[in-house]
Design a protein around this ligand. Structure first.
Ligand SMILES: [Zn+2]
Length: 431
């Protein structure tokens, strides 16, 4: 048994979202929540002055395993997740081999269970080898354990052919699996991963416009109007995307969306300071886009926040901007960056932020996780939000060091993390 004493529980759905409580865990489950709880022989965690939340859930983690284990492994990626306060992560399918058959999914999930320190779920490819042409067997993937279908990071990152899109919508609807879309038009995109704005102009590199994202979303919304099925738009970067999702949700389409900590806290100007470390896809855009994304998160048009954790080798970033790899590591910095730059600046409340990182992703994936309630699995994170510290990439558990936030002064550190009743992080260190 485990007894957490005197922490402030952030309850996202409640009218009184911040309350001091004790939480008793027995086996894998939360068995009691209340005041002045006692339990003989229980292991004690003193959470006085600390915040307690459900363990965070990341909808979008590039775990790189199998195939690219010099960048990250199930073990290193899940350790990074735990240190960042995440108790559940969803692996992306752009591994080698791709996650496009039931056999590969089963083998990955079996390894994830034995080698990971947090709950690891997986996406499955929409198309064979992620090539955007022939659909995978959605029913078989679902049976093997896939929670959501996407081609993110494979080939064009999403099928570009409208006939393929129509087919995948119908097939996903039939098996009741949600689809996740990386929205990027392959003809309009330009591989520089720089927003077509002031920085692209300054560097003399051709930029990629926001329409590259919005035209793809528009195209799918048109098809979903005729054949609605749960559809999730990931890592939104553009103001126009927020507008499209808002209108489509008003019309009752069963769609959801997320954006990332970097799109909410950085703009294209980060490239002037951080160079290739701020090279991401979709690209960081202007302040007007960033503001629209924050407003979207606040109003609920954007349901969730996902890291798009994308570890790379140092040499893949220590090169010319146009040749550098795309993406940044996010699991160990997500909460701190969001808490420091959005909550402390009063752009979001703490319960709002926690909802975007727990209950909202759980709902999208139809998981029973994401809430602190009696009877629920004990996936719990305890946070110190009072002590300032500097992000230090040399201390990451992730093999990736590609962060634009190294040295940034932040607040918000996971001190204790409990996964299924088991302590995996204690006093800020992996157990
Ligand atoms: Zn993507």
């Amino acid at each position: 048994m485990l007894l957490i004493k005197n922490g402030i529980l952030v309850n996202t759905g409640s009218k009184n979202p911040l309350q001091q409580v004790d939480i008793l865990v027995s086996g894998k489950k939360i068995v009691k929540i209340g005041k002045n709880l006692t339990a003989t022989k229980a292991q004690l965690i003193n959470a006085k002055g600390r915040i307690i939340t459900a363990g965070l859930i990341d909808l979008h983690t590039h775990l790189r395993d199998p195939g690219f284990t010099s960048k990250e492994t199930i073990a290193s990626g899940s350790a990074a997740a735990a240190l960042g306060g995440f108790t559940t992560i969803v692996a992306m399918p752009n591994t080698q081999p791709r996650m496009d058959t039931a056999e590969k999914i089963k083998s990955f999930l079996a390894r994830a269970k034995s080698e990971g320190v947090v709950n690891i779920l997986t996406t499955g490819n929409l198309t064979q080898n992620g090539e955007g042409k022939l659909l995978t067997n959605f029913a078989a993937l679902k049976k093997a354990g896939v929670k959501i279908l996407t081609d993110d990071g494979c080939g064009d990152s999403h099928p570009q052919d409208l006939e393929v899109e129509k087919k995948l919508i119908a097939a996903a609807k039939k098996v009741k699996l949600p689809v996740m879309m990386h929205a990027e038009d392959s003809e309009m995109k330009c591989n520089t991963h720089l927003h077509a704005g002031v920085v692209a102009k300054k560097l003399g590199i051709r930029g990629s416009s926001a329409e590259c994202e919005t035209v793809m979303i528009e195209r799918v919304l048109e098809l979903l109007r005729k054949n609605p099925t749960p559809y999730h738009f990931t890592h939104l970067s553009a103001a126009g995307s927020v507008d499209l999702i808002r209108v489509a949700k008003k019309r009752g389409l069963p769609i959801t969306a997320d954006t990332t900590p970097h799109h909410l806290t950085l703009t294209e100007k980060a490239i002037l300071d951080s160079g290739t470390l701020a090279k991401v896809n979709p690209p960081l855009r202007s302040e007007a886009h960033r503001k629209a994304l924050i407003a979207g998160v606040k109003s609920g048009v954007i349901d969730a926040i996902a890291t798009d954790h994308a570890p790379h080798l140092a040499e893949e970033k220590n090169c010319e901007f146009t040749k550098a790899a795309v993406g940044l590591v996010g699991l160990e910095t997500a909460f701190a960056v969001l808490y420091t730059d959005l909550v402390k600046r009063k752009l979001l409340t703490l319960p709002q932020l926690i909802e975007k990182l727990t209950t909202a992703p759980a709902k999208i994936l139809k998981l029973k996780a994401g809430e602190i309630k009696v009877g629920k699995e004990a996936d719990i994170t305890i946070w110190d939000i009072e002590t300032a510290y500097k992000i230090d990439k040399t201390k990451f558990a992730s093999k990736g060091r590609n962060t634009p936030w190294n040295g940034k002064k932040v607040f918000g550190k996971a001190t204790d993390v409990i996964v299924g009743g088991k302590i995996v992080v204690k006093a800020g260190k992996l157990v």
